[in-house]
Design a protein around this ligand. Structure first.
Ligand SMILES: [Zn+2]
Length: 287
């Protein structure tokens, strides 16, 4: 002890503390300052407070990586491709059902044509064999053959029409199948690009996470708990006080708040009144 020397440097250059009731900071509810600044009950050395900025940077990086992972253009592209693939699948089911119906309709019409043709052949055979001699019967048979020919013509037209519809449906089916196949290979290519991007992001995130773990391991438990509690709602739990401004919410502190911070001991954990983040003091704080 250097007795007798002036004691002006005893406070380490810091301004003298405002005496709290009872002389020291009592544990309990936060003290509302003359400004609006909240001082918490957690105390932490300037060094551990500075490390919170590293933690905040890493948390911001992790959040950025998370946003990048979710915002990958490939993710939106895959959603679009999946939607189209599902439309195509439905359209193919409809087309295949129509094709099935058409096939049944076509074979029914062809059967009808065959029946009429057989009947005509039979009637002709009867005529040719001279089995019918009565004039009335002959006339009736000839008229039947004529009407069967008309019926045959009508049915053949139906068959033709069905064949045309089938051609249209077949080419639609071919188009849908071709698009489905090309969507399938496009999807595989985009998914591969997405997987590669996600892998890269995951690697960066794993690195940042590991670094975060190392930094967090060095922090005192109560300070870390406070930081993490703020982080849950704010993304990052601490911000630098730079030139009188909170770097978290970018608001400048008023003179009264700055005075309170100036007067606070270095181990005081100061919080921004606007965004509630821990305000970390550095030589750039403008105090
Ligand atoms: Zn703030």
């Amino acid at each position: 002890m250097a007795q007798g020397l002036p004691c002006s440097v005893d406070s380490g250059g810091r301004p003298p503390e405002t005496p709290a009731p009872g002389g020291t900071h009592p544990p309990g509810p936060p003290i509302r300052s003359p400004g609006r600044l909240t001082l918490g009950s957690v105390k932490a050395s300037p060094q551990t407070q500075l490390r919170l900025l590293e933690l905040a940077d890493l948390d911001a990086e992790l959040a950025r990586l998370d946003r990048r992972r979710r915002g990958l253009p490939e993710v939106a592209e895959l959603a679009r491709l999946e939607a189209r693939a599902s439309e195509l699948k439905d359209a193919l089911v409809v087309t295949e059902t129509e094709l099935g119906d058409l096939t049944r309709e076509q074979s029914r019409a062809e059967r009808d044509v065959d029946q009429v043709r057989t009947r005509i052949e039979k009637d002709r055979a009867r005529l040719d064999a001279g089995q019918v001699s009565a004039a009335r019967e002959l006339a009736s048979l000839q008229s039947e053959i004529e009407s069967l020919h008309r019926r045959q013509g009508d049915l053949e037209e139906v068959v033709l029409e069905l064949m045309e519809r089938r051609e249209t449906l077949d080419s639609r089916h071919d188009e849908l199948t071709a698009e489905r196949d090309s969507i399938g290979s496009e999807t595989a290519a985009v998914a591969a690009r997405r997987d590669a991007a996600v892998k890269e992001i995951d690697e960066q995130a794993a690195k940042a996470s590991a670094q975060r773990g190392d930094v967090a391991a060095e922090e005192p438990a109560d300070l870390l708990a406070l930081y993490d509690q703020i982080r849950k709602t704010k993304g990052v739990g601490a911000a630098m006080l730079r030139a009188g401004r909170c770097e978290g919410c970018h608001l400048s502190l008023n003179a009264a708040d700055l005075n309170v911070i100036r007067a606070s001991p270095a181990d005081e954990v100061v919080r921004c009144e606007e965004c509630r983040r821990i305000l970390v003091r550095t030589p750039e704080s403008g105090l």
